[in-house]
Design a protein around this ligand. Structure first.
Ligand code: NDP
Length: 475
């Protein structure tokens, strides 16, 4: 193994590459400049159908007790017309608009006005100002990592209200769920449209913009890489983490409160879903600095996919299990409940350890121990747009030696556990595992395509050393 140092952004010493790769070819990594017909068809499909899918799922719960087939049967048999379903759908209300505006404003204030203090007293927690990865244009952005703090403050206030102040009912989210969905859509479309306009007229880092020339693709996948307003309002970090992910646990708490109100008790399945998803959310905020190095922040541009997805898709579809359990309170047998909990914990352990191993490896530049041994790795290099050459390493030890994306495998096991908690009466709660399987498999392929463009022959050496993607011996 070579002993070259990975260039740290802060100690960047630039020099022109002497390799054959020209800067022009290197621009390709992280960027699909030419939109193939499949990408365009997928983009058009999602733009047209993703909002309908969200509406269909939420409406099915509201009007059909979470049965996905009955609305279709009703429509096909002429039992009901589209207009009947639409007329029964709650519309936007002033109350929901007020709640939503207050919620988003509160999260913006927590994000930009309250520098992180958690890292000052929580051992092991990395917060405060942190650097992101090198962008394709060679820029290193700084971020204020204060998501954990925002999550804690929000939840302390939530519990203070639920148990002490009683300003509003803890079922408030469930009670306004569909009117809030219209508000989330308005914000999702507004922010995506604004991001597109900003990309054309006042981008933050013009060299990191991507124009494919295809309006729909640019709208969906984004033009700007890291749109920002002022020094600290970063669109990707804000919309990815808050308001959607902070809301995730509150939404689940609201569902639990609704069960209590309707049935006089909270079922063990609801508690399981709250605990397992709560761990996932807390993990996200505890590791928010690590999140700066994930694909969302490092490689994706900010468009409708992230803007609308974070405002609508995530809070509405990632919380379907809790919503389902309000309509179908499932009380699991002890053995089943323990089995699901164990599956969830093992999935979480694999997810966390795999991510941790890569993070540790990259942070220490390979000077660490993975499973008690010095990690093995493959040296690789890549170039920024400017032609600056950087060195990096791809680890082949630990979980990263088992498969190239074993973190996704752990994530999928955890996702399956949430779904299983809902029993087998209806398909709706299983949407999540189906969706995550598609998302993560597609992400795997997308990421590997990008890594191949970035590292070239070094990536091929890596895939030869670690031949499987998700499951050793299978895929
Ligand atoms: P990864 O954390 O796996 O990051 C992939 C990147 O890591 C690659 O692009 C490459 O980046 C680097 N890399 C790849 N192989 C190696 C290696 N062997 N050694 C060192 N570095 C390597 O992917 P994501 O960002 O997609 O996922 C992060 C986590 O978030 C995952 O656990 C995933 O399950 C979860 N997730 C959850 C989602 C949800 O909706 N719940 C959605 C998406 C992700 P580089 O260019 O730096 O070399």
């Amino acid at each position: 193994m070579g002993a070259q140092q990975e260039k740290k952004p802060s100690e960047e010493r630039k020099y022109r590459s002497t390799q054959n790769n020209t800067p022009t070819s290197q621009v390709q990594w992280g960027r699909a400049w030419e939109v193939d017909w499949f990408s365009l068809a997928s983009v058009l499909f999602l733009l047209m159908f993703a909002p309908l899918i969200v509406y269909y799922f939420i409406m099915s719960c509201d009007q059909y007790q979470c049965c996905l087939m009955n609305p279709l049967i009703d429509l096909l048999t002429g039992n009901r017309h589209l207009s009947d379903i639409w007329n029964k759908t709650p519309m936007l209300t002033y109350r929901a608009a007020g709640i939503y505006a207050l919620w988003v404003t509160f999260q913006v204030v927590l994000y930009i006005c309250l520098p992180d203090f958690c890292h000052k007293f929580l051992p092991g927690y990395v917060g405060g100002v942190q650097e992101g990865a090198v962008t394709p244009a060679g820029i290193v952005n700084k971020y204020e990592i204060n998501g954990l703090q925002a999550w804690i403050i929000t939840h302390v206030l939530w519990f203070a209200n639920a148990y002490y102040f009683h300003y509003f009912s803890p079922t408030i989210i469930f009670d306004n769920w569909i009117p809030l969905m219209w508000c989330a859509n308005i914000l999702g479309y507004a922010v995506s449209t604004f991001a597109m306009i900003k990309g054309y007229f006042f981008p933050t880092n013009p060299k990191d913009c991507k124009f494919t020339g295809n309006f729909f693709y640019d709208y969906m996948m984004g033009i700007e890489f890291n749109p920002q307003i002022g020094k600290w309002f970063d669109f990707k970090l804000f919309f990815n983490g808050r308001p959607g992910i902070v809301a995730w646990t509150l939404i689940n708490l609201s569902y639990a409160a609704k069960q209590q109100e309707l049935y006089g008790q909270v079922t063990n399945s609801m508690i399981l879903v709250n605990i397992l998803q709560g761990i996932y959310v807390l993990d996200f905020f505890w590791n928010e600095a690590w999140y700066l190095k994930t694909i969302d922040i490092c490689h994706d541009h900010f468009g409708w996919y992230l803007g609308w997805g974070d405002c609508v898709w995530l809070p509405y579809l990632y919380t379907l299990q809790g919503l389902y359990l309000v309509y179908h309170p499932v009380q699991l047998g002890t053995a089943n409940a323990i089995g699901i909990l164990i599956l969830g914990f093992i999935g979480y352990y694999i997810f966390r350890m795999t991510n941790h191993q890569k993070d540790l490896f990259r942070r220490t530049n390979g000077n660490c121990k993975i499973w008690g041994k010095k990690p093995e790795y493959i040296e690789c290099s890549y170039m920024s747009v400017e032609g600056t050459k950087y060195y990096s390493k791809l680890m082949t030890s630990g979980f990263w030696g088992w498969a190239r994306h074993f973190n996704y495998t752990g994530d999928l096991m955890g996702s399956l556990a949430y779904c299983l908690a809902c029993g087998f009466e209806h398909a709706l709660p299983y949407f999540y595992i189906v969706y995550m399987t598609i998302l993560l498999t597609h992400r795997c392929i997308r990421d590997e395509h990008r890594c191949l463009s970035k590292y070239g022959k070094d990536w091929k050496r890596y895939t030869a050393a670690v031949p499987y993607r998700l499951l050793p011996g299978v895929f």
